[in-house]
Design a protein around this ligand. Structure first.
Ligand code: TXA
Ligand code: MG
Length: 356
């Protein structure tokens, strides 16, 4: 049985938070909203509950979880001698969609970090998430609250459709703000290295902290090149049931070539698949009106924030509408565009058509 309780995202009810804390203390699992996506939480001191996260998600045991804290103080008790510049960085960027990987202390159980000597830490800015950690009085270990391999959940309904019946509680505070996960940076590398682009643009982080950040090819969502950086990167991710192809361009200022390639792929696909869709921008969707396939608008190219916010619900919609084959237009890899392209490339399982 999964208890589902609604609450106001800005003024969470005490009674809802108390109920969730009780469940967490007893070793239960609670799905809760963050500003990025919904997380599936266990108390850091309940190893039994942390193990349960892996089994209900179907998550490989070697893919570590993020430790969610309510403050830098809470983080300091869970890590090993972080340097001054790292603490300064956290003072500037927490709470928010910014996750760091750093050396863990023995207070982070091996169950949470997949027995690695490093752990991932984040302080979310959502009031429900912060209050939950604060009332519990200790960290909440949580991955995104989806079945492993599926798009991350941006609503309580997404969580329920993946995990309903196998977790104890879902706190429903409506759709999440960013709709895409946090940015993860490994601060044990010099220079710090981007592991996953996310809701906070890496250019912005560089600028605010005045540091260089290495962006490896893997972080852009291309296949594996040697050993995976973040253990989670080697697994299939965000994938809809449909076969998905991404059409990328070297220059998005001229959209005609992109449209022509998408149209060619549409006509090839129509003879092979019963249900075909195109995921397009508001600037281009009308170009496909004559194709007789499903048209799904993801947002305007001028508003990459909205595109990022729509990406997971759009991928889930492909499944809801039983689409067999979908073509998605690429976007410029700037700002949040880096995170958008990482998710699209991964969701496509590397089916990428590049035009120049
Ligand atoms: O926005 C978010 O980050 C959401 C919300 C719920 O906070 N959480 C989230 O968690 O996206 P998850 O588990 O879906 O993704 C965490 C990623 C995984 O790819 C994992 O491999 C990586 O973080 N990670 C965790 N610990 C790590 C470590 N010690 N070293 C490298 N990567 C790590
Ligand atoms: Mg995830």
């Amino acid at each position: 049985m999964t208890l589902i309780v609604k609450t106001d995202p800005f003024n969470p009810d005490e009674s809802v938070i108390s109920k969730a804390v009780e469940i967490l203390r007893n070793g239960g699992l609670v799905a809760f909203p963050t500003e990025t996506v919904y997380g599936l939480g266990a108390s850091i001191s309940r190893k039994d509950a942390i193990k349960k996260i892996f089994s209900v998600k179907g998550r490989p045991m070697d893919n570590p979880l993020i430790v969610h804290v309510d403050s830098i103080d809470m983080f300091l008790n869970l890590t090993l001698n972080p340097p001054e510049y790292l603490i300064n960085a956290l003072e500037k960027l927490w709470p928010g969609p910014f996750t760091i990987v750093y050396w863990k202390s023995s207070s982070v159980p091996g169950e949470a970090s997949a027995n690695l000597p490093k752990a991932a830490y984040r302080s979310p800015s959502h009031r429900v998430a912060l209050k939950l950690i604060n009332y519990l009085g200790e960290a909440i270990v949580a991955p995104s609250a989806n079945k492993s391999g599926k798009p991350s959940p941006t609503t309580a309904q997404h969580v329920y459709s993946d995990l309903g019946g196998s977790i104890d509680m879902i706190i429903d505070a409506g759709e999440t703000l960013y709709g895409i996960e946090s940015t993860i940076i490994d601060f044990t590398s010099v220079p710090p290295r981007l592991l996953r682009p996310g809701a906070l643009a890496v250019e912005k982080i560089s600028e605010i902290l005045g540091i260089e950040i290495e962006i490896p090819l893997e972080a852009r969502g291309f296949g594996e090149f040697g050993e995976a950086l973040a253990p989670g990167m080697k697994y299939k991710h965000y994938a809809p049931e449909a076969e998905l192809v991404v059409v990328e361009s070297g220059d998005y200022s001229d959209l005609n070539k992109l449209i022509n390639m998408v149209k060619k792929l549409i006509s090839d696909a129509r003879s092979k698949y019963r249900s075909v869709a195109v995921i397009c921008s508001s600037e281009t969707c009308s170009s496909y009106l004559d194709t007789n396939i499903k048209i799904i608008e993801i947002g305007s190219r001028k508003d990459i924030f909205q595109i990022a916010k729509n990406i997971f619900k759009t991928l889930r919609r492909l499944d809801e509408e039983k689409i067999e084959f979908a073509i998605v237009e690429g976007f410029e890899e700037k700002g949040l565009g880096l995170a958008v392209m990482n998710r699209l490339r991964k969701a496509s399982g590397g089916r990428i058509v590049h035009i120049d």
